[in-house]
Ligand binder design. Structure first.
Ligand SMILES: [Zn+2]
Length: 79
């Protein structure tokens, strides 16, 4: 399974079909959607798109462990 991350809410959308264009959580357009990508790469296939643009489960798991956003909760008592 491949995923597309929403740049607006960081939701990971499962790429079940080539028609995934909007985020399932916030309903905003995914910038890396297949339709737009296909316009730039007309010779490539949906499988290429998944491999080159989408995140794999492996990458998702790794990415979760090193979140760049230092949100509240991990540095208590330092202020
Ligand atoms: Zn979203």
């Amino acid at each position: 399974m491949y995923y597309l991350k929403c740049k607006h809410c960081n939701h990971l959308n499962e790429v079940k079909s080539e028609y995934l264009v909007v985020c399932g959580l916030c309903n905003r357009k995914l910038e890396d959607n297949y339709k737009d990508w296909k316009v730039k790469h007309p010779e490539k296939s949906f499988e290429d798109f998944q491999r080159e643009v989408c995140l794999t489960e492996e990458q998702v798991k790794k990415g979760d462990m090193m979140k760049p956003t230092g949100k509240k909760g991990n540095k208590k008592g330092l202020i």
